[in-house]
Design a protein around this ligand. Structure first.
Ligand code: APR
Ligand code: ZN
Ligand code: ZN
Length: 365
């Protein structure tokens, strides 16, 4: 199959013919239909975060089940599925505790399938898997717990977005922060994930939604997705601007960029008793710094959000209902579609902040 292989930081990805071994017990082979280009992938390409190389990236995807390994009974060939980048074992303390997105399995699989081996190879070189998804490829072998069947009338391009951006963004609002109706929300970073935080806040009933970005076209998009105020952080201190429009501080602030400095801005933007949520993945070299006494005296909270704190099998069908009811804007999110062979152009477009969300569309789909 064709796959985009990432060999070295600073070098373009190589789209090559890669061998994909058949699924083993408890695994599923999915023909990828569409896969998103997310900033989490870019963090690794730029070397801000590291993982074993070479690797096939891509973690936001949907496709059609082609074959299943022994013992798989939850999906069949022909099923349409969303790929989940947090496969869950179903029996660790986190799964048992109702937080399967934090399952122990994720911490064991670094670059491999859950059994510690790889299905990806190029000649005599073994390639690594990425988050048990590796969807920048025509096909992927994934654990059975990493696929969620969806109705066949959902466009697979839209379904792909549910694999990360939508579930993470809306989940940060409704699961991590539990935003209450009538409150004020600030969102730092209005890319594919941040715009879903904005529309999640609208759905949750926030009345003041302040979007902050460096790019005017993203600020305009945020207004379409539900922002009541849009602030260009280049125009002045964005924290002061949030304090001004929220009568002294937002009830909630979300950092959806992935930098320690903007996490600090989110913390500084919330009112007394307010909640800041770190959604973006900061570079490995950065530490987050909080203001000492004022953090305590103002009784602020800083929470982290991984994968929208979602119970994926429960949340994704509800997100699809919101989409079906016209309350979740997903068609509007996809602004560009590329063939796999053009993956490097899609990555560069993400880096520049072109459009909203780009999709790699596989030719066979
Ligand atoms: N202030 C405000 N906005 C900023 C700043 C800043 N200092 N720096 C960057 N931005 C904006 C960019 O202009 C861009 O619109 O943040 C946005 C990030 O959007 P994308 O690049 O589309 O990233 P996305 O895929 O949405 O991911 C955002 O969430 O899941 C994590 O790992 C992911 O850290 C990443 C974050
Ligand atoms: Zn992502
Ligand atoms: Zn588990």
């Amino acid at each position: 199959m064709r796959a985009a292989v990432f060999y070295e930081v600073g070098k373009p990805l190589a789209v090559e013919d890669v061998e994909l071994a058949p699924p083993r017990g408890g695994e599923v082979l999915v023909r990828i239909a569409a896969t998103g280009v997310c900033h989490s992938d870019l963090h690794y390409i730029k070397g801000d975060l590291t993982m074993p190389l070479p690797v096939v990236l891509g973690h936001e995807a949907a496709g059609v089940v082609e074959t299943v390994g022994p013992g798989v009974d939850s999906v069949r060939p022909g099923d349409h599925v969303v790929l989940l980048f947090a496969p869950a074992c179903g029996h660790c303390r986190y799964c048992d505790g109702g937080r399967p997105h934090l399952c122990e399995m994720r911490y064991r699989v670094r670059g491999k399938m859950p059994d510690g081996t790889s299905r990806l190879r190029l000649g005599d070189q073994e390639l690594h898997h990425f988050t048990c998804v590796s969807s920048w490829a025509e096909q992927a072998v994934v654990p059975e717990s990493g696929v969620l069947p969806i109705p066949k009338d959902v466009p697979l391009t839209i379904a792909a977005l549910l694999g990360c951006a939508v579930t993470t963004g809306v989940g940060a609002v409704v699961n991590t922060a539990r935003v209450r109706p009538g409150t004020s929300v600030a969102v730092f970073g209005l890319g594919g994930v941040g715009l879903n935080v904005v529309q999640g806040a609208r759905i949750a009933g926030a009345v003041t939604i302040v979007g902050i970005d460096l790019l005017d076209h993203r600020l305009e998009a945020a207004r379409r997705f539900g922002a009541t105020h849009a602030i260009n952080a280049r125009a002045g201190d964005p924290v002061q601007a949030v304090l001004d429009v929220t009568n002294g501080g937002a009830d909630y602030a979300f950092e959806v960029i992935g930098r320690a400095a903007t996490v600090r801005q989110a913390v500084d933007s919330v009112a007394r008793g307010g909640v800041a949520v770190a959604v973006g993945l900061p570079p490995a070299r950065e530490e987050m710094v909080l203001p000492g006494p004022s953090f305590v005296l103002n009784e602020k909270t800083l929470r982290a959000c991984f994968y929208g704190s979602a119970r994926l099998r429960d949340d994704i069908p509800r997100l699809l209902s919101l989409y079906g009811a016209g309350r979740l804007m997903l068609d509007e999110l996809v602004t560009a579609s590329y063939a796999l062979e053009r993956v490097n152009e899609a990555v560069e477009a993400l880096d520049r902040g072109d459009g909203l969300r780009s999709i790699l569309q596989m030719s066979a789909a």
